[in-house]
Design a protein around this ligand. Sequence first.
Ligand code: CTP
Length: 212
Amino acid sequence: MIKHILVTAGPTREKIDPVRYISNYSTGVFGYEIANAAKRRGLSVTLISGPTLLTPPEKVKFVSVESADDMRAAVLKFLNWSDCVIMTAAVADWRPRRSARRKMKKSGARNIELVENPDILAEVGRLKKRRVVVGFALETENLEKNALKKLKDKNLDIIVANRLTSKRNVFGDETLDVVTIDRFGNRTRIFNKDKSKLAKIILDKALKFRIH
Ligand code: CTP
């Protein structure tokens, strides 16, 4: 039975200099909804979050992080205590190779060299053991095909795929259309669900998931 759950949420920020960063539009809402729902189900919850405007839920172990490297370190620190991991965070895929210690002056065009960030979810998939691991995929095309590839490549139990279209803003909209795919090939298409109901559905899928 699952007792301890680890949730990642929000964006990460990758520092360019003391006043600038690379990030994305993630609000963190979905991850916080999952953490809240898990707490209401009586689970012990660790929420590792990048910077958001949200108030951390009460009675949840809350770990605030900034960069992908910080998030990775926090996830690896708390992984051993968890028997279910739900990674909703929109981890920035790249970071500047170097971050300047002083504020960069604006004059002239610039190139910033980027390097790839560690894939935290893939690492959790490699260390998974008997944990239930749930990941997310955000795609503009070939939603289910790409999601299935991520499910396999990252050794996940369930992937929740979101379609990003000009009509659907997964970051700002109140409701989402998603497809969930599990490691046995079961697919569920869910349309126009508000984020808090969807969070409960995803959490229940994870809690009921049996590792065969
Ligand atoms: N993720 C992660 N660490 C990263 C990038 C992503 O843990 N460095 C996790 C996210 O939390 C999410 C899942 O991986 O659960 C999918 O992220 P996504 O950006 O959609 O996929 P990528 O594997 O980064 O592939 P791509 O951007 O090429 O589509």
